[in-house]
Write a protein that binds this ligand. Structure first.
Ligand code: GLV
Length: 314
């Protein structure tokens, strides 16, 4: 199986399991040799890079690179680099990743809609505090961003009976979901969102989109879920609004600075749940088929699937 001249795919991620990716790719794309940078003697044989936040100057070692595969959905950190080679970049577009994300979003929305924060507080005080549950259709959920991940989460919430609306920069439709688009409708959309779920990619258009004035358009006592990127939101304004109670609760998986610094006030807020950027992750078993297909396409001189448009930012 191992011929000395197989092209190499170099792998880099500080958070993903190399062994799992190597095994999945050995099955899906046996024509490539999957290695870590330190296992490569002949960098000229590297034609593919499968990477999540590689260190600076990572790519300059590989003069024969043909394709950079972002080991994740969001490409903002890759596109923000100055050392990107002039080759196609693809992102993962994996239904299993969308399902995992929809699961986290459902958990977070239920946490807010079913008053879990209230019950956790009561439990800490050993207090039996009954609060009668609302039915799902009594909670209006706004999904900000209806891309591959946002639309699956919106469908899942609609399936659970929530009153779901979606907003995107450009027109789109999702079954059972009232869809809004364009900045003109954003204020109305925010004003209706009792639970706002942020699922936008980070691009020049979305950086700081939820600034103080837009956050103030949320209804009093709204809850906020961010599974996208921290920099879509003005974090200082969010902290102030959590303190004032205008935003009652939040579930946050992403932050302007990661890891979230120990002195960030969000850590100490009992109405905030913090998870360390893992609402969804790339899954080797399913994503490796898509990677294998793109490798086949590059070898055949065809255009790749899920190519990132650096100008658009995703
Ligand atoms: C994770 O944040 C990803 O973009 O895949």
């Amino acid at each position: 199986m191992t011929t000395p001249h197989r092209p190499i795919l170099v792998f880099y991620s500080a958070v993903d399991d190399f062994g799992a990716w190597q095994a999945a790719l050995a099955a899906a794309a046996p024509e490539v040799d999957v290695r870590l940078a330190e296992e490569i003697d002949d960098p000229a044989r590297v034609r593919y890079a499968l990477v999540w936040k590689p260190p600076a100057h990572f790519f300059s070692r590989y003069p024969s690179l043909q394709l950079v595969i972002n080991l994740g959905a969001g490409v903002d950190s890759l596109l923000g680099r100055t050392d990107l080679p002039a080759v196609p970049i693809t992102r993962l577009s994996d239904p299993a990743m969308a399902r995992m994300m929809a699961g986290y979003v459902l958990f977070a929305v239920l946490r807010h809609a079913r008053d879990i924060v209230f019950f956790q507080r009561a439990q800490r005080a050993a207090r039996w505090s009954y609060r009668h549950p609302k039915s799902a259709d009594q909670t209006r959920v706004g999904i900000l961003g209806l891309g591959e991940l946002g639309s699956v989460a919106a469908l899942e919430l609609a399936r659970q009976g929530f009153d779901v609306r979606g907003w995107a920069r450009t027109p789109g439709t999702v079954d059972g979901v009232a869809c809004f688009h364009g900045l003109d409708t954003l204020g109305t959309f925010l004003a209706a969102s009792q639970v706002l779920v942020v699922m936008l990619p980070l691009t020049p258009h979305t950086t700081g989109l939820l600034d103080r004035s837009r956050l103030q358009q949320l209804p009093q006592g709204a809850c906020l879920v961010n599974v996208a990127r921290g920099k879509v939101i003005d974090e200082a304004a969010l902290i102030e609004m959590l303190k004032s109670g205008h935003i009652a609760e939040a579930t946050l998986d992403v932050f302007a600075q990661e890891p979230l610094p120990a002195d960030n006030p969000l850590w100490a807020m009992d109405q905030v749940l913090i998870t360390p950027h893992l609402a969804s992750v790339a899954l080797p078993a399913t994503a490796s088929t898509q990677i294998a297909e793109n490798i086949r396409r590059v070898e055949a001189g065809e255009s790749v699937l899920h190519q990132v448009d650096p100008a658009r930012g995703y």
